[in-house]
Design a protein around this ligand. Structure first.
Ligand code: SF4
Ligand code: SF4
Length: 540
């Protein structure tokens, strides 16, 4: 846990929901340490050829905006109203019914009304009304309009970087308003003024520099995968192959760099390697497309598009037939909701067919990308894997539906099917906290950094509370998920709220249960921990 957060959980969980005395129309924001993210370093802004690179911080009085900042923002709104029909609709159709008001984890965890989705959107909508509607132009405040001022820009920065674009609110909106899309528009507008956060921008810059978010160089990428092969050999006695940049392979495998950079993602990465080796899959990793995530989603549509292009360009260069993606969250929103229209159609690739079962993944006919949980669940369904779920018996597992695969793909069953096939002890969290109603980890959309730890722990509180529920009732000690950001942020969240629960990827548990051909008598799991060692359950 970061040193930044000194407040104890007993204090943080006492949320004050009393209405503030000042009107919501007052934009003044206090940038309190722990609740906001630091600005993007100028070198990253410059690297991405984005606007107004300079040294500044949100707590500074002077944000060093361009002289014509107001004109830039109003022109930016106008351009986007024309370009994105959904933006125009979302600005116009909200009836302020309030159905979304208490659905945002940041509102639940902070009690700040401006974290209600409806009010978050009003921060931008009020400027739209004032400048782009007849009623707003004539009646101003009476019609819910506000003047665009520097304080409004600062308020946007504070609250649109307190939205993880999780889309939980949209599930409850009778008009289908997607507040995440409004946040994306607001962040695009902020980017026009050079108002961006480092944790969202540096990964994008790194991705162009070295191939992945974490700035890992190709030789380190190779060494890391080789190191995992050594580990797997120590654990199983089987030496797995690590094909990189292999031209003519059938499948290109792309996963987020978090999987090969830090625990517990690394154990999931070892799971991929063990599984592919066991199947004798003709596949390859790529040192150029060594990132499945796409932080363009947290900055601008243009950035999404150029980052996407890397994956398809590499698939073309290597001459693969189709692409398989690892356990990532927002990667799958990008692929399913943007990639095909932005970068496709990928006609040079084939409709994915499993070389092991012959299953044709018709759902990926257009994107040509298959989620590894689809691939693995299909293998299990066809009896292609020899599994010993008792190896995971010391684990009592629950599953966190990662926001993007759940709400952008409707991806609920496959991960559960895999989990239940490789674990004997599986327990669901309460129904209103899973599947399409899942709660965010609190650190998505580029907010998973340390300086805003208080807000992350507040935003993650509803998810943590649901984990605590199954911990207390069923002794759950592992939280499974299929997202690299989740694996990183849920780790801190559990340490803070439910420290007895560790985080895991699904393919880590698959590899634990997988009985490999020629393996030695296995005694330890992918973490090197004994299969049968009892965890300390004294507090359950
Ligand atoms: S649920 Fe939809 S229509 Fe109702 S206040 Fe929220 S965004 Fe507006
Ligand atoms: S998208 Fe998620 S974080 Fe953003 S307002 Fe809606 S519920 Fe809150």
């Amino acid at each position: 846990m970061s040193d930044e957060l000194k407040i104890k959980p007993e204090i943080l969980e006492k949320v004050d929901y009393a209405l503030p005395r000042k009107s919501w129309l007052d934009p003044a924001v206090h940038f309190r340490k722990g609740t906001y993210c630091y600005s993007a370093a100028p070198k990253n802004v410059e690297y991405l050829h984005m606007a107004n690179p300079r040294e500044w911080q949100p707590h500074d009085e002077d944000w060093k905006l361009p002289e014509n900042w107001k004109e830039i923002v109003l022109n930016g709104i106008k351009e986007r109203l024309t370009k994105y029909r959904s933006f125009q609709v979302f600005m116009d159709v909200c009836v302020r019914c309030g159905a979304c008001a208490d659905k945002c984890h940041f509102y639940i965890g902070s009690g700040d009304p401006k974290n209600m989705p409806v009010l978050r959107a009003e921060l931008l909508r009020s400027i739209y009304r004032n400048n782009f509607t007849a009623a707003g132009k004539i009646l101003g405040r009476l019609a819910g309009g506000r003047e665009l001022t520097v304080d409004v820009i600062k308020e946007w920065f504070y609250y649109f970087y307190q939205c993880t674009e999780c889309r939980r609110c949209s599930v409850f909106c009778p008009y289908g308003i997607d507040t995440a899309e409004i946040t994306m528009m607001a962040r695009e507008l902020l980017n026009l003024l050079g108002l961006n956060i480092n944790w969202a921008l540096e990964p994008a810059a790194n991705c162009f520099r070295t191939g992945n978010h974490l700035g890992i160089q190709p030789h380190t990428f190779k060494d890391t995968l080789e190191f995992f092969a050594d580990e797997i050999e120590d654990i199983t006695g089987v030496r797995v192959n690590v094909p990189i940049n292999k031209k003519g392979a059938e499948i290109l495998f792309v996963t987020p760099s978090g999987d090969y950079f830090a625990d517990p993602g690394t154990f999931t990465c070892m799971g991929y390697l063990a599984l592919f080796h066991e199947l004798g899959l003709d596949y390859t990793w790529s040192a150029y497309a060594s990132e499945g995530g796409n932080f363009g989603l947290f900055n601008s549509h243009d950035l999404i598009k150029s980052l996407n292009a890397k994956i398809y360009a590499e698939a073309k260069r290597l001459g693969v037939k189709w692409i398989m993606g690892g356990e990532c969250g927002h990667m799958w929103r990008v692929i399913h909701q943007y990639m095909d229209t932005m970068n496709g159609p990928a006609d040079f690739l084939s409709e994915p067919v499993s070389p092991i079962t012959g299953t044709r993944f018709e759902n990926a006919r257009s994107s040509k990308m298959v989620h590894i949980c689809e691939f693995t669940s299909d293998l299990i369904r066809h009896g292609k894997l020899k599994l010993d779920p008792s190896r995971n018996d010391r684990l009592r597992v629950t599953f966190h539906d990662s926001c993007n695969p759940a709400r952008a793909m409707g991806f609920f069953e496959e991960p559960r099917y895999v989990l239940k096939s490789v674990c004997n002890n599986f327990f669901e969290m309460p129904a209103n906290t899973i599947r399409e109603q899942t709660y965010c980890c609190g650190g998505g959309a580029g907010l998973g950094t340390d300086e805003n730890m208080e807000m992350r722990m507040r935003g993650g509180y509803p998810r943590a509370n649901a984990v605590r529920y199954v911990r207390e009732r069923h002794g759950v000690n592992r939280l499974g998920c299929i997202c690299a950001i989740d694996r990183a942020t849920l780790h801190s969240l559990m340490q803070y709220w439910v420290p007895e629960v560790e985080v895991t990827g699904i393919h880590e548990l698959v590899a634990n249960a997988l009985v490999m051909k020629g393996e030695k008598e296995r005694e330890v799991d992918m973490r090197g921990e004994p299969f049968n060692e009892k965890e300390d359950d004294s507090d359950v």
